[in-house]
Design a protein around this ligand. Structure first.
Ligand code: AMP
Ligand code: TRP
Length: 334
């Protein structure tokens, strides 16, 4: 079945190995299936739900785009653009916010986490963030949305909004309720310093993550220093259940080498970590260094990146503004 894919990544700083394995690598394989049409969006309107510095934001929009391209997204095959260039997202978001219910938003766990204790001081944008996300998806009639586990609830909200609009306005097929595409494996790459917490850009220790623009020496050093336990590597997957660091490092190896975890376990069974880490470092450097070099090369040509985004936005705008026109007719504006 042909799929219409839409996904977004916030331009909020260094992308890391978790983003690559959990999201971007998957975006690339979806793009390379000729049955799919894919749209990948740098969601800068979402980024401003928390305070941003203008210079940093611009830099991060370019960096995220460069990471997309360097990882294998092809602007000739996929539409790649940043959200703020297409006014339909903000416009559609308003109309959908009149469909979404307060009760639905009040259940969103990510808002509760991000707003923290003092939710009176959170921006209204942070609260209605999932409605903007619904607009992103619904305006393109996306059928499938690759996201991490943490975004599942937001996808359900998008489906609820689509269904309620279709019902309220008696237009059964107008919005397509999107399906989430959540990877079963590798949807959580863990910190190199603690196998029980997610690798994250907000971890204060840079040693906890491999950034997509780390140099080979940095990658080798970080893997050398990664936390492990005292036992040699096991010969059975079941023995990994209370060895989170071993499980994480073997998982990274399995994903980056595109080989089954079992095969990797067999290969390294009984070996000690120092030997495994050497080979893991070689693999990560092999896979990530070309991306890192390419990101840094692309970033030297800002016009090239800006042009990709502008051209992508032109294509996105044609699709999304048509949907907005139809939406306006249904609502009664036209
Ligand atoms: P974020 O860093 O929250 O903007 O995430 C961008 C994308 O990367 C989302 O699809 C996340 O689910 C995914 N992602 C972020 N951190 C990880 C991680 N540690 N492991 C796997 N996927 C991740
Ligand atoms: N909320 C998503 C995240 O934080 C980013 C996002 C915005 C998105 N709009 C989207 C993801 C539309 C998928 C589809 O990861």
């Amino acid at each position: 079945m042909s799929k219409k894919i839409f996904s977004g990544v916030q331009p909020t700083g260094n992308l890391h190995l978790g983003n690559y394995i959990g999201a971007i690598k998957n975006f690339v394989s979806l793009q390379n299936d000729p049955d799919n049409s894919c749209i990948y969006c740098v969601v800068d309107l979402h980024a401003i739900t928390v305070k941003q510095n203008a210079v940093e934001l611009k830099k991060n929009i370019r960096e995220t785009t460069a990471a997309f391209i360097a990882s294998g997204l092809d602007y000739k095959k996929s539409i790649i653009f940043n959200q703020s260039l297409v006014p339909a997202h903000a416009e559609g978001s308003w109309m959908l916010s009149c469909v979404a219910r307060m009760g639905w938003l009040n259940r969103m766990t990510q808002f509760k986490e991000k707003a923290g204790k003092d939710k009176e001081k959170a921006s209204v944008g942070l609260y209605i963030y999932p409605i903007l996300m619904a607009a992103d998806i619904l305006l393109y009639d996306a059928t499938h949305v690759p996201v991490g586990e943490d975004q599942k609830q937001h996808l359900e909200l998008s489906r609820d909004i689509a269904n309620k609009f279709n019902l309220d306005f008696n237009v059964p097929d107008f919005f397509i309720p999107p399906e989430p595409l959540i990877q079963k494996k590798f949807s959580r790459i863990m910190s190199l310093k603690d196998g029980t917490v997610k690798m994250s850009k907000s971890d204060p220790s840079d040693l906890s993550r491999i950034n997509l623009n780390d140099s080979s020496d940095q990658i080798i050093n970080k893997i050398k220093k990664a936390k492990t336990d005292a036992e040699p590597l096991p010969d059975d997957e079941n023995e990994l259940s209370n060895r989170p660091e071993a499980e994480n490092l073997l998982g990274i190896y399995s994903s980056l080498s595109d080989q089954k975890l079992n095969k990797i376990i067999n290969e390294f069974a009984g070996k000690n970590f120092s030997e495994f880490k050497k080979q893991l470092a070689t693999l990560v450097v092999d896979k990530i260094s070309p991306i890192s070099l390419e990101i840094n090369k692309l970033l030297k040509d800002e016009k090239f990146i800006d042009d990709i985004l502008i051209q992508g936005a032109e294509k996105a705008n044609i699709i999304a503004s048509k949907k907005i026109q139809d939406l306006k007719k249904i609502i009664g504006f036209k």
